[in-house]
Unconditional design. Structure first.
Length: 143
């Protein structure tokens, strides 16, 4: 199963997650600066066969009513940067409403301390994993 990655873009850091080899589960990869995340995705894109990266989902920060807000204008250039840096890989926006809040709850359920749940780097990577798992669950439910 080709790999899928997810990006939780923030103004200071970028969280990344990737699917497991079977494409069933999302796992956090880590948190990077904007350039470091591009480099990490390029390394993932160099995989072959089952490790080949075929899709990158970029968290699209819609407002609660589904409209695009100011943060979308900050994410849009990064999405385009990824498209240019990853030829042959689909790079698509994906609705990320509530992922950060759900990532905090997931960290709590996993036993993370209060300090760990407030760690922005850890939260960005967890939010990317939540976003990716949402996608996998949606696609899996359509099969």
């Amino acid at each position: 199963m080709p790999r899928i990655a997810a990006v939780d873009y923030g103004t200071k850091r970028v969280g990344l997650a990737v699917t497991d080899p079977l494409g069933l589960f999302a796992r956090p990869v880590g948190t990077f600066d904007a350039k470091g995340a591009v480099d990490a995705l390029q390394r993932l894109a160099q995989g072959t066969g089952a490790d080949a990266l075929t899709l990158v989902l970029v968290g699209w920060p819609l407002l609660p009513d589904g409209t695009e807000g100011a943060m979308v204008e900050k994410v849009r250039p990064y999405l385009n940067r990824l498209r240019n840096a990853l030829p042959g890989v689909r790079v698509e926006p994906y609705d990320e409403r509530t992922t950060s809040r759900r990532a905090q709850h997931a960290l709590l359920a996993a036993g993370a301390s209060k300090k760990g749940r407030r760690d922005k780097a850890r939260l960005n990577a967890a939010a990317a994993a939540v976003l990716l798992q949402d996608y996998l669950d949606e696609v899996g439910g359509q099969k």
